[in-house]
Design a protein around this ligand. Structure first.
Ligand code: ATP
Ligand code: MG
Length: 447
């Protein structure tokens, strides 16, 4: 009875917290002038406000600006319904079924405009573990703030006044470099287990520490990630791996016991001494590229993560008597079949991954015309970058990688001099091929 009363008092307090007035932090105190936000997000907010609605830049962009990081994108939150937003902008469309949002096109920018979300209640549909399945109720701004995950993500920037509205002490937490969950962390992880991954990613990316209250339950709740749809996990993993801090993220995921089942087989890969070295070298390489503002392709990334699985299967098939190249193709298909199911790797990405893998044996061929043909391959660059990683991780002889670096940069004469003598078997094979042109491809190396 007493316990019930106490819990009612506490939940009453929480309900009040979501209705409370935000702290209004003026520009003189936070220093973010309106020219720091993208022109598109500014115009979207201005137009909605001219139509009589509330509109703010919200979430990650405000958080990143406050700690001096470069925002990836600028999202807008408003009390206008998706239909009202769509009517306010000529170039806009409503997307999403679970929770409708509006994409507004402004010049080169596409802005995501979201209507304030309402509080979850007993009518909210969840799965048997408490994961929220449908969440399409609109609400007040305070309710929207309480629905966000971390205090630092519940900040609203008004370009008109340049003030930040802070509902949950997010600015203070950011100053203290703490990532704090809004509400009771266990309940919030049950609603959406992906928040555990977001905690790790945001903390690693922004150099924040996860508040102990939010950190504690992660280890014991990690299994809830198994019920998250594969496509959602894939999106989140991609964000994590391309955050520019993937090494730190993966290390922290392991420390928190979150890596199991995330990227199926990632735990297996990381447990193989060679596999771990390769994956870590690949991730460090990706981090470096991201930080220097160079693009990364999901195909390349997943090709590296799954390579040691392919190697293991390839070896097995060769040992059972399969020819080298057919064995490689079988191993690639096997690994991709298993992973695609769990990871929702799209067909296009799977195609990119295969291209990179299938080029690898061709780097062994450094005689005759074959190196020239390989240089002309559209995916040569990705294949070569992959080769460098293999050499760096000690999987292949460094000399092969160095040869290809030199061969690319050499002029015509130098290239001719670099070619290795053709093996006797190779010559015979090519003569045979000339007589019967349709039989084999020039790509197929001697086995
Ligand atoms: P970044 O864009 O840097 O990866 P972000 O925090 O902006 O990080 P987004 O996925 O763009 O992440 O989400 C925008 C905002 O939506 C967040 O700042 C947060 O307020 C809210 N949000 C996103 N995902 C969740 C979630 N799983 N639970 C609650 N709120 C969320
Ligand atoms: Mg964002």
């Amino acid at each position: 009875m007493i316990r019930k009363l106490i819990s009612r008092v506490f939940s009453g307090k929480k309900a009040q917290a979501s209705r409370h007035e935000p702290a209004v932090i003026p520009v003189s105190s936070h220093g973010i002038t309106r020219d720091r936000i993208s022109s598109g997000s500014r115009r979207v907010c201005e137009t909605l406000q001219e139509h009589g609605f509330k509109a703010y830049v919200v979430g990650g962009a405000v958080r990143d600006l406050l700690i001096g990081a470069d925002p990836k994108d600028f999202d807008v939150a408003t009390n206008a319904t998706p239909e009202e937003v769509r009517r306010a902008f000529r170039r806009s469309r409503i997307i999403g079924r679970r929770f409708q949002i509006v994409h507004v096109m402004m010049g080169q920018e596409t802005l995501e405009v979201t209507t304030f979300r309402g509080t979850l209640d007993e009518k909210t549909k969840t799965d048997e573990h408490g994961r929220v399945l449908h969440d399409n109720v609109f609400g007040s701004q305070a309710e929207d703030a309480a629905r966000r995950d971390f205090t630092a993500n519940a900040l609203y920037y008004d370009p008109a006044t340049e003030a930040v509205l802070d509902y949950h002490h997010g600015v203070g937490d950011l100053k203290a470099r703490t990532l704090r969950m809004i509400g009771e962390p266990r309940a919030r992880y049950r609603e959406d287990p992906v928040r555990m991954l977001r905690a790790v990613r945001l903390a690693a990316k922004l150099g924040l520490s996860i508040d102990p209250e939010a950190k504690k339950p992660i280890r014991e709740m990690a299994d809830l990630l198994e019920n998250v749809p594969a496509a959602r996990l894939f999106d989140e993993m991609l964000k994590l791996l391309t955050s520019g801090h993937s090494v730190k993220c993966i290390t922290q995921l392991r420390d928190e016991g979150l890596h199991h089942g995330l990227l199926p087989l990632l735990d297996v890969i990381l447990e193989q001494p060679m596999g771990e070295k390769f994956v870590m070298a690949a991730l460090a390489n990706t981090d470096d590229r991201v930080r220097r503002g160079k693009g990364t392709s999901p195909g390349f990334l997943f090709a590296t993560l799954l390579w040691h699985e392919v190697l293991a299967h390839w070896e097995k098939l060769k040992a059972s008597g399969e020819l080298k190249i057919p064995a490689l193709y079988q191993a690639m298909d096997y690994v991709l079949d298993v992973q695609s199911e769990k990871l929702a790797i799209t067909r296009r990405i799977a195609g990119d991954i295969k291209d990179i893998w299938s080029l690898q044996p061709r780097f062994e061929q450094r005689a005759g015309k074959r190196p020239y043909a390989l240089l002309e391959q559209p995916r040569f660059r990705a294949g070569y970058d992959f080769l460098l990683l293999r050499a760096q991780a000690g999987e292949i002889d460094n000399e092969v990688a160095e040869w290809w670096t030199e061969f690319q940069n050499a002029d015509g004469n130098q290239r001719g001099e670099m070619l290795l003598p053709e093996a006797a078997g190779d010559k015979k094979k090519r003569r045979r091929k000339r007589k019967k042109p349709a039989a084999a491809t020039a790509d197929t190396p001697a086995t």
